[in-house]
Design a binder for this molecule. Structure first.
Ligand code: ZN
Ligand code: FE
Length: 253
């Protein structure tokens, strides 16, 4: 398998580095400098870059990394990203020679229309689609698209480790509690996250199991969540409409 190194970037981004032996793959390098520091410190050669979507905090470092390493760059064909050598649309299986593992490419539109997630070896790299306790904003896609994308991720095995691209969990869980105050597992997670953050520690990765138990955006069929949504918008009837109400509510929370 491979080891995974968390590289903090900007205010609250995480760049994930997969390492096996002396080779490395990075996911969403919005900034090259912290990645180059880790590569040099650990004596690693960058062989591949995975991009989930076109926002600059996820791809801004690609050009500078390519100036140092002749890496292959995987990313959404449907988005404007410089340096992509392996354009993807979802449904492909990709492998990185030196890591010796295959990843499934999932199309997860919503945050952006071409947004991709990468799943392999029990790990999910989902960019700004699924967050700890929350989900990405709908900059380009519809609530229905995002709901379908999250439903697809929720169908992955419970033990899947979820590597999202931002440290947003604490604020997300404050919203989750407003939506579902009766969720005991959610209250437990809030306490655990508060301890981690008070020590300056990361709250990600999480797991699909934990997200299904505590993330309101994956729980749109729970009676308490349906009731909370209908309290705001009476005509929120089906799952996707409940999701749309939650996503809108979170924007102004
Ligand atoms: Zn983004
Ligand atoms: Fe982002």
């Amino acid at each position: 398998m491979f080891d995974i190194i968390r590289i903090p970037a900007f205010k609250d981004n995480y760049i994930w580095l997969l390492r096996k032996g002396a080779s490395a793959v990075v996911v969403d390098p919005g900034d090259a400098r912290p990645v180059l520091e880790v590569l040099e410190r650990e004596g690693l050669t960058l062989t591949s870059i995975l991009i989930t979507h076109h926002h600059n905090d996820h791809q801004g470092g690609v050009a500078e990394l390519l100036a140092h390493y002749p890496a292959e760059v995987f990313g959404p064909a449907a988005e404007s990203i410089t340096g992509i050598s392996q354009p993807l649309r979802g449904g492909e299986t990709i492998s990185f020679g030196l890591l010796g593992v295959g990843f499934r490419v999932l199309a997860v539109p919503g945050h952006t229309l071409g947004h991709l997630a990468y799943y392999g070896s029990g790990a999910l790299f989902c960019g700004d689609t699924l967050f700890g306790g929350g989900c990405g904003r709908l900059f380009e896609g519809s609530p229905l698209q995002m709901h379908d994308s999250l439903t697809q991720l929720a169908l992955l095995p419970d033990e899947t480790v979820v590597f999202c691209a931002h440290e947003y969990t604490e604020a997300n869980l404050r919203f989750a509690l407003a939506v579902e105050p009766g969720n005991r597992q959610l209250r437990k997670r809030i306490d655990e996250v508060a301890v981690l953050r008070s020590k300056g520690l990361a709250t990600v990765p999480s797991t699909i199991e934990l997200e299904k138990a505590t993330n309101p955006f994956l729980r749109c069929t729970e009676p308490e969540i349906i009731a909370s949504a209908q309290n705001r918008v009476a005509q929120a009837h089906n799952e996707a409409e409940v999701f749309a109400v939650l996503r809108d509510w979170k924007n102004s929370f």
